[in-house]
Structures are given as structure tokens and as C-alpha cells.
Design a protein around this ligand. Structure first.
Ligand code: PGA
Length: 262
């Protein structure tokens, strides 16, 4: 593949941060930068409590709304959970699935990631499915095997149509919130591997259009060389997305690299 099949995609995962006023302020600033950042796809992923207010702040803008997780049942006695139809109703177009923090702290497994991805698709949401190895797996040479397991166990049952609606996110767990970013070569190697697996399962056209984001200590200073890797289509940003300048700066740097391809 020569260059990227489509413009950059940059998502901000706000995690468990910001109350309403701060969330709305940040969303407005990102929305205001939207036109300048075309054709970059922008996505904000606030906590559940600010989805409504952030959705209102983004109305009419280029910026999409997503949630950080969902449960696989549509409704019922599941205290503390939120369903796909509820997220659609709240204005979400995307939902994160299988973030490593959900896997680490909340018992998420490859199988439950798959159930959540299927529930998201059924509700008309695009799941942003996170995969990635822990440090021990990387140091033990088991990165690709771990990624293969996550894909096979979590997403093996999906049809080509469903796979085409996913956004993929490779997030090496050792790089999340640590300030330790994967090098462009390290990330690019895993992204190429994921694209190969998609091609093996679903064909070349599906693979070449797949959006595969990198996440893990992304900031404006490292996003340009990462996006230069042909299989890195954008970023899932945590810490740096909590400041408008950081998030917008990352999108600008990705766009700069993208425009150089044209
Ligand atoms: P980070 O988080 O950018 O703070 O490393 C990324 C993520 O967890 O999605």
C-alpha cells in the first residue's frame, strides 16, 4: 500500500477525567478547530456523565462522539452498566471496546470484548477495539501471538461487513500513560501485522481500508513520525487529549504527515 487509504483519524479518550464545565469547554475548543483539521476524522470519548453535554457542544461540528465502554445486553437488571441502544440514544456513533484498563482493572477478557463488539455493531455503533501486549509479552517475544489471540478470540466470529465497521487500536500496555511511546518502527510492525491478519481473514480491500490507530503516550511531538508509518492511520490519545492544544496539535501533526504523501 502506498500511503494512507484515507485521512487521519484522531480520538481522545478522556478516561475518568473532567466534570461538566471542563468537558464542555474542551469539546467546544475541539469543535472550533474541526474545519481547519479536515479531512482528519475527530472523535471525543468523554465519561458517560458528560456524553449529553459534550454531544450538545459538538452538535453541527465535524467531531464525533463516543463512549468508553458498553454492556452486551440491551436493557435489564444490570446495575451500573450502559447498553448500546442507550449510547446511540445519547448521540454516540462510536464506543471503545477492550481498552487495556478495562482488561486490567475490570476483568475484561478477549471473549467479553467480542461480546461487547458484537453488541456495539448490533446497536449501530462503530466499536473502537483495543488490542496490545503487556511488557512481559513484548520482552518475551510474544507480542504478535498475543495480538493474534485477541483478534481470534474476540473478533473471530465477525462477518466482513462487521469487520469493515470496526476501528482498530493498537495500544501496547507498557506505553499507556507511561510516557514511553512505542517507536514508529515498533508500532508500524504491529500495525502491519494486524493489517495482514485482516487481509488473511477478509481480503485485501477490507484490509487496505481498515483504520488502525496507535495509542500509548501520543503527543504532538511524536505523532508526525508515527503517522509517517504507512499502517498507522491515526491515534487514540489519553493524557494529551485533556488539553485542547495537545489534541489539536496531534491532529495537525498527523495531517502534516498525511499531506506530504499527496
Ligand atoms: P495515553 O493513553 O495517551 O495517556 O497513554 C492512551 C489510551 O489509553 O487510550
Amino acid at each position: 500500500m502506498a500511503g494512507h487509504a484515507r485521512g487521519p483519524f484522531v480520538a481522545g479518550n478522556w478516561k475518568m477525567n473532567l466534570t461538566l464545565a471542563g468537558a464542555v469547554d474542551l469539546a467546544r475548543k475541539v469543535a472550533a478547530a474541526g474545519p481547519e483539521l479536515r479531512p482528519c476524522d475527530l472523535l471525543l470519548i468523554p465519561p458517560f456523565t458528560s456524553l449529553g453535554a459534550v454531544g450538545a457542544a459538538l452538535a453541527g461540528s465535524d467531531v464525533a462522539l463516543g463512549a468508553q465502554d458498553l454492556f452486551w445486553e440491551d436493557a435489564g437488571a444490570f446495575t451500573g452498566e450502559v447498553s448500546g441502544p442507550m449510547l446511540r440514544d445519547a448521540g454516540c456513533a462510536y464506543v471503545l471496546v477492550g481498552h487495556s484498563e478495562r482488561r486490567l482493572h475490570f476483568g475484561e477478557t478477549d471473549e467479553t470484548v467480542g461480546r461487547r463488539a458484537r453488541a456495539a455493531l448490533k446497536a449501530g455503533l462503530r466499536p473502537v477495539v483495543c488490542v496490545g501486549e503487556v511488557l512481559e509479552e513484548r520482552e518475551g517475544g510474544r507480542t504478535m501471538a498475543r495480538i493474534d489471540d485477541q483478534i481470534a478470540r474476540g473478533l473471530g466470529a465477525l462477518s466482513r461487513d462487521e469487520i469493515e465497521r470496526l476501528v482498530w487500536a493498537y495500544e501496547p500496555v507498557w506505553a499507556i500513560g507511561t510516557g514511553r511511546t512505542a517507536s514508529p518502527a515498533q508500532a508500524g510492525e504491529v500495525h502491519a501485522h494486524i493489517r495482514r491478519r485482516i487481509e488473511e481473514g477478509y481480503g485485501k480491500a477490507t484490509a487496505s481500508c481498515a483504520i488502525i490507530l496507535y495509542g500509548g503516550s501520543v503527543k504532538p511531538a511524536n505523532s508526525y513520525p508515527l503517522f509517517k508509518e504507512e499502517n498507522i492511520d491515526g491515534f487514540l490519545v489519553g493524557g494529551a487529549s485533556l488539553e485542547a492544544e495537545g489534541f489539536i496539535g496531534i491532529a495537525r501533526e498527523a495531517l502534516r504527515a498525511y499531506r506530504e504523501e499527496k
